[in-house]
Design a protein around this ligand. Structure first.
Ligand SMILES: [Zn+2]
Ligand SMILES: [Zn+2]
Length: 339
């Protein structure tokens, strides 16, 4: 393995990345004085920081989830390609293509640029701005699906599978498990793009996040709450719920549901079986193996720092391709939550 030396001004700690000259953390897993937050998923956006620096969408999501006051003077919102300077470090936010408001953080200091991706993907997503390639010296990349076995099929094929399944059994409904932030809204938007214009039925736990997306200009079409709908009205229809609701009592109010789940992990049969998923849909908000390796090649950094997933697989690829790399072992990253 090519050993990379740690640059002096950014320090990987188990609880996050610490930017020393700015005295600030990126996605810390514990409450800190100053946090730059890449996106709203719970394993990146923790509650309890004194000051949060993030995109307006991420602040709005944190406000919804934790009651963080997005407008408070101790927090600061930055649009894409905007940013701030602190302690001689210039911070800039760039789209990561992961969920609404998700950002890569570019930092310029002492003639060196470091980019922290947070979570990202490269394929089109109607609910968020596309990933931007930011050339840099050190590229801190996620690796949720950092093994060659993870190759996500085209999203349109998975959505077509879902629509075909619901049409095949008009007496039943399809219940799709999808994480409340990002995946649920993306599945809805992808269905709309595929021409599904019937109302889509949602679990109450998805209501406020869907409304937040709509407020930020993402069109989701007509959504109806399962709790306010007669069972028969959902025959031949698509219902979305958080994964935790798939196999619980709540689903008894649905007409003979076929259980589906939208996740990159659905590529693994064992995972689908564990959740008793009959219709696995491989729809992910994370880069797959090909996207990860293509992105490292395209960004072409002097060093890659790999975190958040299958570090070893991507590390090995870097080694085989004569690219300097190291694995960061950050704690508190919940890969299950939002893949
Ligand atoms: Zn995420
Ligand atoms: Zn994550």
């Amino acid at each position: 393995m090519v050993r990379a030396k740690t640059t002096s001004w950014i320090e990987p700690h188990p609880q996050g990345l610490y930017v020393r000259p700015a005295d600030l953390w990126i996605d810390p897993s514990q409450p800190v004085e100053r946090a730059v937050v890449t996106h709203g998923h719970a394993d990146h956006a923790r509650s309890g920081h004194a000051s949060v620096f993030a995109t307006p969408e991420t602040l709005a999501i944190m406000a919804l989830r934790y009651g963080v006051d997005a407008g408070a003077s101790h927090n600061a919102a930055f649009a894409y390609r905007d940013g701030f300077e602190r302690g001689g470090v210039r911070f800039t936010f760039h789209p990561a293509g992961h969920v609404l408001g998700s950002a890569q953080i570019a930092m310029d200091h002492a003639g060196e640029r470091i980019v922290v991706t947070g979570d990202y993907k490269r394929r089109p997503d109607p609910t968020c701005a596309p990933f931007e390639v930011v050339p840099c010296d050190i590229f801190v990349t996620e690796a949720t699906f950092g093994l060659p076995v993870f190759r996500h099929p085209p999203t349109a094929d998975e959505v077509a599978k879902l629509i075909a399944a619901v049409r095949a059994e008009p007496e039943r409904c399809i219940l799709v498990g999808a994480y409340a932030l990002g995946k649920a809204q993306r599945v809805i938007a992808e269905l709309r793009a595929a021409g599904w214009d019937a109302p889509i039925f949602i679990h109450g736990a998805l209501e406020r996040m869907c409304a937040l997306y709509v407020e930020h200009g993402v069109e989701l079409g007509e959504l109806r709450l399962v709790g306010e709908t007669e069972k028969d009205a959902m025959r031949g229809q698509i219902v979305l719920a958080p994964p935790s609701a798939l196999n619980d009592r709540w689903s008894r109010r649905l007409p003979d549901p076929v259980t589906a789940m939208a996740s990159g992990w659905m590529r693994v049969r064992q995972r689908a079986r564990q959740r008793m998923v009959e219709l696995p849909l491989v729809i992910s908000d994370h880069a797959d193996w090909d996207e990860l390796t293509a992105t490292i090649a395209e960004v072409n950094p002097k060093e890659s720092w790999i975190t958040h997933g299958s570090e070893e697989g991507l590390l090995r690829w870097c080694e085989l391709n004569q690219r300097k790399a190291r694995a960061l072992h950050l704690v508190g990253r919940d890969l299950e939550e939002e893949a």
